[in-house]
Design a protein around this ligand. Structure first.
Ligand code: ATP
Ligand code: MG
Length: 277
């Protein structure tokens, strides 16, 4: 997949070369979760990722965030080889939002305290968490711009927010931390059909506003088709379909289903697949 760099091509923010991950099972057996993944993404690139259950989607995000070390290959962010860096060392470069709204925010803190914690993450020591008046105003401005439904909830405890509101907060927090790369692993999967588009609106605004390089795993074919500039279909630890912007603009959930069946040799759609009405 990687090609010779063009003289005027923008430098990739994220680069994976030959990334392979095996998990050991019982009695010497192993599952190949990632099988030599090559991928380059530039600033602001937004890729949606779909695929069969067990295809390696979450593992791909995990080797990027450092939650899981890869066995072979190299992960580079902003040209820095971070392959051997643990997750906490990459936390200022890679933000992650997972499926479960309960895990994404600190429920006992208020919304603005959560935002302040996110803002201070990755900053130099000495920048404490105190919510000064100017910091409050700054956070409020960001929330108004990115997540209007949260604008009048800043002093409310995050634990009292709905699942969708928590995911919105998690996305805004991810952007405040100043990361280059945003990994979204089914972050709309627990939401009802009305809330998911609201969270996606916040997600799109945050990505656009910050120029975040984003990978979003989803089983919702409508979201996969509608959002992002590029779509990857994974199967058995590999990227088996790579749809670039021009083709993606013409892609429909039905056509995506057809491509899924062709690429996987007729496998049934994953159990959690969300089809359009
Ligand atoms: N910690 C682990 N130990 C053993 N095997 C694992 C582990 N994590 C993932 N795997 C295996 O690696 C493969 C890829 O898993 P992964 O979670 O990346 O798939 P996925 O594409 O995210 O699937 P889903 O759509 O169901 O979330 C699967 O076969 C899975 O069972
Ligand atoms: Mg997964």
């Amino acid at each position: 997949m990687s090609s010779e760099p063009q003289a005027d091509a923008p430098a990739p923010v994220l680069r994976l070369e030959g990334v392979t991950k095996r998990f050991s099972l019982n009695e010497g057996e192993a599952v190949v979760a990632l099988d030599g993944i090559d991928l380059e993404l530039c600033r602001g690139d937004f890729v949606t990722i779909v695929g069969s259950n067990g295809a390696g989607k979450s593992t791909l995000l995990n080797v990027i965030s450092g939650a899981v070390p890869c066995d072979d290959g190299q992960v580079s962010i902003r040209g820095i080889d971070v392959t051997s860096w643990p997750q906490h060392k990459r936390a200022h470069m890679v933000a992650v939002v997972l499926q479960d709204p309960k895990t994404s925010v600190a429920p006992s803190l208020t919304v603005e305290e959560n935002l302040a914690v996110a803002f201070s993450r990755g900053k130099r020591r000495g920048l404490h968490l105190a919510l000064t008046r100017s910091r409050r105003r700054n956070l409020q401005d960001q929330v108004v711009a990115l997540a209007p439904p949260l604008a009048n909830r800043l002093r409310q405890s995050a634990g009292s927010l709905s699942g969708g509101e928590r995911q919105m907060l998690a996305v805004v927090m991810a952007t405040l931390a100043g990361a280059d790369v945003l990994c979204l692993d089914e972050h709309c999967a627990s939401l009802d059909p009305l809330r998911a588009p609201e969270v996606m609106a916040v997600t799109d605004a945050a990505i656009h506003n910050r120029g975040l390089t984003t990978l979003m795993v989803t089983h919702n074919l409508e979201l996969a088709v509608r959002h992002g500039k590029r779509l990857l279909l994974m199967h058995h630890g590999r990227i088996v379909v790579d749809v670039q912007q021009e083709d993606k603009d013409r892609l429909t959930p039905q056509r995506l289903m057809d491509r899924f069946r062709t690429a996987t040799g007729g496998m049934p759609l994953p159990a959690r697949t969300v089809l359009p009405d």
